[in-house]
Design a binder for this molecule. Structure first.
Ligand SMILES: NC(=O)c1ccc[n+]([C@@H]2O[C@H](COP(=O)([O-])OP(=O)(O)OC[C@H]3O[C@@H](n4cnc5c(N)ncnc54)[C@H](OP(=O)(O)O)[C@@H]3O)[C@@H](O)[C@H]2O)c1
Length: 258
């Protein structure tokens, strides 16, 4: 199936590893020109064929500068993938201070707001598309960390609002909501997976190996970043021209409701 994305341009945030890196590789594989944004430019991002831009999207100034650089580099943007996100500390609500709530919202919600505001004039001109990477936690909020679930629920709601506001101008906006996906978020050093394992008093490798069972993943395994990336590529393509304001789950059956 030809997605007909060749020659189009994309900005992918959180592009240095995990789902973002897989998305960069998939879109480049489809013939797109891509700018990848993250705080650190990894060798993998460097070698992906994307133009790498280093920026901390929690800062309005950095985000504006990065998007300006991306738009100049690409000469306009057809696709924005707001993927940069961070899991909150695995602490209870009473142990989570306001500064941490703000830090999580600053990236998971405001990072997407900043990038979208910068990209929308060009997206409107080119009748482009946004995909926001949310989470099944937006629909099924976990007990902890509450800040993560709340930030992703807000991101999903924002996507629907943007789809409504800009649909008539030809811009489609969707979310993808992954279940557990095997990325450095789980198995990296100093990652959410590492901190959650420490909090539970177990080895990180054992903690991670138990996640599909713990979360009730029907297919019995982690998802792979490429499985999210291929969904994103479909959603930004003309094959999905009738899909906007949708939240598409990619979770191996973890969410049991309709
Ligand atoms: N993996 C899962 O199980 C899962 C499930 C549901 C939803 N998600 C969502 O999917 C997205 C990607 O997750 P992932 O698993 O691929 O995570 P990851 O492996 O931790 O990658 C996160 C990416 O975001 C970048 N990033 C982090 N903080 C940033 C900041 N302040 N400014 C700019 N970039 C920043 C990171 O690069 P730097 O650190 O170099 O900045 C990295 O490229 C996130 O939004 C996450 O919430 C993941």
């Amino acid at each position: 199936m030809d997605l007909n994305l060749s020659g189009r341009t994309a900005v992918v945030t959180g592009a240095s590893r995990g789902i973002g890196l897989a998305t960069v590789r998939t879109l480049i594989g489809e013939g797109m020109r891509v700018v990848g944004v993250a705080r650190r430019v990894t060798p993998e991002l460097e070698g992906s064929g994307a133009v790498a831009v280093a920026a901390d999207l929690r800062s309005g100034t950095h985000a504006a500068a990065a998007m300006s650089e991306a738009l100049t580099e690409l000469g306009g943007v057809d696709v924005l993938v707001n993927n940069a996100g961070s899991a909150a500390d695995p602490t209870s609500f009473l142990e989570t201070d306001e500064a941490h709530w703000q830090e999580i919202f600053d990236l998971n919600l405001f990072g997407a707001i900043r990038a979208s505001q910068a990209a929308l004039p060009s997206l409107i001109e080119r009748r482009g598309s946004i995909v926001n990477v949310s989470s099944i936690n937006a629909r099924v909020p976990a007990a902890a960390p509450a800040a993560y679930s709340a930030s992703k629920a807000a991101l999903t709601a924002l996507s629907k609002s943007l789809a409504e506001e800009f649909g008539a101008q030809g811009v489609r906006v969707n979310t993808v909501s992954p279940g557990p996906i095997r990325t450095p978020l789980w198995d990296g050093p100093d990652s959410f997976g590492a901190r959650a394992a420490t909090a539970g008093g177990v080895e990180q490798a054992d903690f991670v190996a138990g996640i599909p069972d713990l979360l009730g993943v029907t297919i019995g395994r982690f998802g792979e970043p490429e499985e999210v990336a291929s969904l994103i590529a479909f959603l930004v393509s003309d094959l999905a021209a009738n899909i906007t304001g949708a939240d598409v789950i990619v979770d191996g059956g973890t969410v049991k409701g309709l």
